[in-house]
Ligand binder design. Structure first.
Ligand SMILES: O=C(O)CCC(=O)C(=O)O
Ligand SMILES: [Fe+2]
Length: 366
């Protein structure tokens, strides 16, 4: 480890993200294996400078990610909550939810079983679940040096879960409770995703079922992720700045800080709170809403002292779904994005290992 480091001058500033100090952008392209690429071309250097300029802008006031209490969602408080969710989607594309209805026992068991999974020696997990794109369940790691591309400082397990019967037998059999616990967790998350999709749809003024039909009820992928402590955290990144390519992501994190969202020119730390889920909108919602709701740019940083576990669950449209702005939402305006088939979008996203908002921007119409 340690061979993948920032270029000189691009080290992370590891000050508290709630101060007014901005951090440099850590797009994948701005991180390099020093021995290979110390001298970018002029065009590259200019593009990087522009990107950095953009990411150095600061605002004066402290800003906090919205925390939304879902307690009254199915009762009288619904209209007000739908409004707050709509504002968070429009303003941030990122919010946290409390009183979400998922029992603490379910989230704690999920965290625990993921911890046990990552306690298994990495070599064993690599052997059991090779990082082969053709395999739906696979383990990725920066702790083997088999790849010559940029390595992020994390391990992850990709676990698709719909339809469950297609995948459950491929999930890890070790720890012995993994399948049972993950199955329970995935069912609870599906319910939460449906409730959120309904509220978000209503906030847009479309049919309550609209976003659930388009993105919520199809593919669901859980990705337990482990960020080991890093001796030089300012020289690496857990997960580069990106937007998620799918529809909506619901993330459970442990009590260690690391997730950051990019907002108004700076990176804001998402402070871990007990019994909370982090919700973020992804690229397909941005397209469907013709840019009204944005896929939020985020990243994960690492630290020297403590390992961190996060468990994002991604909700994706069907692979062959054609995604385009919802006509009712155009309100007389022209579509900002051209249609794309979700499978093609994903291929593009992973081929470019898209940085920031690259892929969604490539669909923009003039
Ligand atoms: O680990 C985190 O907090 C962020 C994970 C994430 O953004 C992702 O896997 O897409
Ligand atoms: Fe993400």
């Amino acid at each position: 480890m340690g061979q993948y480091i920032m270029k000189i001058g691009e080290e992370l500033i590891t000050q508290d993200a709630h101060t007014n100090t901005s951090k440099p952008n850590l797009m994948e392209s701005s991180i390099t294996q020093v021995a290979v690429d110390e001298h970018p071309t002029t065009a590259e250097a200019e593009a990087e400078a522009e990107e950095e300029e953009k990411h150095h802008r600061c605002i004066g006031d402290e800003i906090e990610i919205p925390v939304i209490d879902l307690e009254g969602l199915d009762g009288e408080g619904r209209a007000q909550l739908v409004k707050s969710i709509g504002e968070a989607c429009e303003d941030w594309g990122f919010f946290q939810v409390i009183n979400h209805g998922i029992p603490t026992s379910v989230t704690q068991s999920m965290m625990q079983v993921c911890q046990e999974f990552f306690d298994i020696p990495t070599e064993e997990n690599v052997k059991q679940y090779p990082d082969d794109n053709l395999k739906p369940v696979r383990f990725g790691t920066s702790r083997t040096l088999s790849k010559d591309t940029l390595l992020e400082w994390r391990d992850y397990l990709r676990c698709p879960c719909r339809p469950l019967s297609d995948f459950i037998d491929l999930w890890p059999a070790k720890p012995s409770t993994f399948r049972e616990v993950t199955m329970e967790y995935s069912k609870e998350l599906a319910v939460l995703a449906k409730r959120l999709c309904s509220a978000i749809s209503e906030s847009l003024g479309v049919e309550s079922e609209c976003l659930h039909e388009l993105i919520g009820k199809h593919q669901q992928i859980i990705m337990p992720t482990y960020y080991p402590p890093c001796p030089n955290p300012e020289l690496t990144i857990g997960l580069c700045a990106h937007t998620d390519p799918g529809g909506i992501t619901i993330l459970l994190q442990d009590e260690v800080e690391g997730l950051e969202v990019f907002k108004k020119g700076r990176w804001i730390g998402v402070k871990p709170l007990p019994d909370v889920f982090v919700v973020n909108l992804a690229d397909q919602i941005q397209i469907l809403t013709n840019g009204r709701y944005k896929g939020a740019e985020h990243r994960a940083i690492v630290n020297a002292e403590r390992a961190r576990i996060s468990i994002p669950t991604f909700f994706h449209p069907l692979d062959d779904a054609k995604i385009a702005p919802i006509p009712e939402l155009l309100g007389g305006q022209l579509p900002m994005y051209r249609d794309s088939i979700f499978r093609d979008y994903l291929r593009e996203f992973f081929t470019n290992k898209s940085t920031g908002k690259g892929t969604v921007d490539s669909l923009k119409l003039d």
